[in-house]
Design a protein around this ligand. Structure first.
Ligand code: ZN
Length: 421
């Protein structure tokens, strides 16, 4: 349904005179719940959760591999158009945008979910239902978020909710892996530069609130050499062997538990044949921490491991056919923080609590890292559903839809809260 503003305003439904100033955020959930239109929107969400789950499956059955989100973006754009959002478009980088004007252009809230998955082109994306469980690659991360965005628009329209500020709904590209947050970086640096007052990413399942942005460094390391026959050229340094040395060193890294600091060799490759000394080997590595110093430290250890592996492999084979290494930074996610006492986190906690859910603040590496780094109020929230055994980023990913309407309701209430002045 498209919203006819004067009519809706005449009904003076959800134009709640509540403020999201620091002092107003604590009980914003309670105050919004007193409004009839807000209640109607929440009731609509609960009654129509089955339709939302259908959307979730429909979105998920259109593949969206890294850097190839176009097909899913086209479907999502069509969905935005059918919802009656204004100025629906795909921006230069591939994000889908649609606007829902409020009484004033500001505050301007962006509600986003990411289009991309971690799965390569050609992955079987057919979803399978088994009771309350839906199986499918990406079904929770982040088809859930994409579907909840659609559910928010439907519920607001069905209940004729008029918001104080305006909302842009976004399906963004490039959240996962080497996408390096390029969709949201583009939003903040170009498409909506200077125009975003608050940002929410709905990502994955359960009801967590992420207010700490874990930074990451990602590298693609390539060892290269002359290669040769495994028998005839025996004695030359081998890029695959150097890679093995490097991985062994990385595997033994000591990292702090608090703040949680991690490392992972995610992909490896190289070589041409079982009976050839490789001319190339490579690996992709990800390191993370919410603490800048800890991240810098593991980053330095990594650089040393890569270089030492090269030196050792070259030293092992007295000078015949030296190999080289390139360490290329392919991902650099800024670390950031939205303070727990900031209005957006307090409001997110308030709407979570008032709907009977437990408030859990946490850290993660999400699209919100970008606004957090820029100092723009941002959180990432789960889209609902049970949290156990989701298997995100694995081909047997599952979404447990038990009481998943609670996630939809929480997202709706947060949307309304964050459009308050
Ligand atoms: Zn995600």
């Amino acid at each position: 349904m498209s919203l006819r503003l004067p009519f809706a305003v005449a009904l003076s439904l959800a134009v709640v005179p509540a403020a999201l100033a620091q002092e107003g955020a604590t009980d914003i959930g309670e105050r919004l719940l007193k409004d009839g239109a807000v209640q109607a929107a929440l009731a609509h969400a609960k009654a129509n959760e089955a339709q939302l789950l259908d959307d979730q499956v429909r979105i998920c059955e259109v593949e969206a591999p890294p850097f190839k989100e176009e097909k899913r973006a086209a479907l999502y754009k069509q969905m935005f158009e059918q919802l009656g959002l204004k100025n629906v478009r795909i921006d230069r980088i591939g994000n889908v945008l649609g606007e829902r004007p409020g009484l004033a252009p500001r505050p301007h809230l962006v509600m986003a979910a990411h289009l991309d998955t971690v799965f390569p082109e050609g992955t079987d994306v057919k979803a399978r239902r088994e009771g309350t469980i839906i199986h499918g690659p990406g079904i929770g991360d982040d088809c859930r978020g994409l579907a909840v965005v659609v559910g928010i628009v439907r519920a607001l329209d069905a209940a004729r909710v008029v918001t104080q500020g305006s909302i842009t709904f976004v399906g963004n590209v490039g959240e996962e892996g080497l996408g390096d947050l390029r969709g949201v970086k583009h939003l903040f640096n170009e498409e909506l530069k200077g125009k975003i007052d608050r940002f929410v990413s709905i990502d994955g399942n359960a009801l967590g609130i992420t207010n700490v942005g874990v930074g990451s460094k990602r590298y693609r390391v390539t060892y290269t050499g002359p290669g040769g026959h495994s028998f005839g050229a025996f004695g030359r340094a081998n890029p695959v062997h150097a890679l093995g040395r490097a991985i062994a060193k990385v595997s033994d890294f000591d990292v702090p538990r608090q703040p949680k600091t991690t490392f992972n060799v995610g992909r490896v490759g190289g070589g041409t044949s079982v009976n050839a000394i490789a001319f190339e080997s490579w690996m992709e590595v990800d390191m993370r921490s919410s603490d800048k110093a800890a991240l810098a430290s593991v980053d330095a250890s990594f650089a040393k491991a890569v270089d030492d592996a090269l030196i050792e492999e070259n030293a092992r084979w007295n000078d015949t056919g030296k190999i080289a290494v390139e360490r290329k930074l392919v991902g650099d996610r800024p670390a950031g923080l939205t303070p727990p006492d900031s209005p957006i986190v307090v409001a997110a906690s308030s709407v979570t609590r008032v709907l009977g859910n437990t408030v859990r603040l946490g850290e993660g590496s999400t699209d919100s890292n970008v606004p957090m780094f820029l100092g723009i109020p941002a959180v990432t929230i789960g889209g609902g559903g049970a949290s156990a055994g989701s298997g995100a980023h694995s081909a047997d990913e599952a979404f447990d839809s038990t009481d998943s309407w609670k996630g939809t309701q929480r997202a709706i209430l947060l949307t309304i809260a964050l459009t308050q002045k």
